[in-house]
Every structure is written in C-alpha cells, then in structure tokens.
Ligand binder design. Structure first.
Ligand code: ZN
Ligand code: ZN
Length: 157
C-alpha cells in the first residue's frame, strides 16, 4: 500500500527502502509481540485466504506455525532499528487482511512489485509480511474497498 500522494516510483529509490516499526517501539524495551518469550505464532494470511502455496515467499507453505519473534528476533527485547527493505505481502488478500486487522485506513494505492527478498525479517512477519527490495513496478491501482467484505468474511471462518 502506498499513499496516493506519493509516486510509486519512489519504491525503487534505494534510500527509501527501509522499514521502521509502527509506533516507534523503543529499542531494548520488552517485546510486546511475544511478551518477552522470544517466540510467537505465525499466520500467513496470504496462504490462509488464497490457499497454501509451497512457494510462498512469506511462509513456504507452512501457513500457521511458531517461530522466532520478528520484532525482537528471539531476544525478548525490541530490536527497533530500521530494517532494509520495503514491507510487502505476497498477495493483495494478505495485505487487505493485515490492514483490516490493524484498523488502518484503506485509502491509497495498491502497488504490485517485482522484488527480491531483502534478507531481513519484517516486524509483522507473523502476519505474513515480508521485507523486499523492489526491482520493478508491475501495476498500480486504487485500493479495492469492494474486496474488503470478502476478506472480512473469509477471515472470520
Ligand atoms: Zn504463505
Ligand atoms: Zn518478541
């Protein structure tokens, strides 16, 4: 998702390919996502909503599993420094679900990218988000509010 006011081509600008946690979590604070356990449950919403995909770049077909917490990288303390990459989802469905869950406003542009994995873990990897280095912009279209009701009903099943 990209603000409608921003040029999607900015995603190809190397200096902008960094991701910081929402809400500016303090580096070294106890990790809220895993309550300091260092591990948390992952749900790949792209695969939950569109079917298990063994080639899914977020979960590789695991869909629901437990793994190292992405916010603290298993340490129990927030690793809040910006990470290399642009936050993305393998499918639009996964993105829509994420935005609904975070109660973000669904306004802006849906940008489809060609991209390589950045090698870093997204702060919301447990929701199926991935950090990528975009290499090309495939398609730009408005967010589709009509898709929201479908995602909402699928998510509740
Ligand atoms: Zn997946
Ligand atoms: Zn954690």
């Amino acid at each position: 998702m990209q603000s409608a006011a921003d040029d999607p081509e900015q995603l190809l600008d190397e200096e902008r390919q960094w991701c910081a946690p929402w809400g500016g979590s303090e580096d070294g604070a106890r990790c809220d996502k895993c309550q300091g356990r260092g591990r948390t449950g992952f749900e790949c919403w792209s695969c939950v909503l569109t079917g298990t995909n063994p080639e899914c770049p977020a979960c590789h077909g695991r869909v629901r599993y437990e793994s190292e917490c992405p916010v603290c990288r298993g340490t129990g303390e927030v690793q809040g420094r910006p990470r290399r990459g642009v936050s993305a989802f393998p499918t639009a469905e996964g993105l829509y679900h994420y935005l609904l869950a975070t109660e973000a406003e669904l306004v802006g542009l849906l940008v489809e990218l060609d991209a390589e994995p950045s090698g870093e873990v997204d702060f919301d990897a447990d929701q199926g988000a991935i950090l990528v280095i975009p290499t090309a912009i495939q398609n730009v279209r408005p967010m589709q509010p009509e898709a929201i009701d479908t995602i909402r009903s699928l998510s509740e099943q």
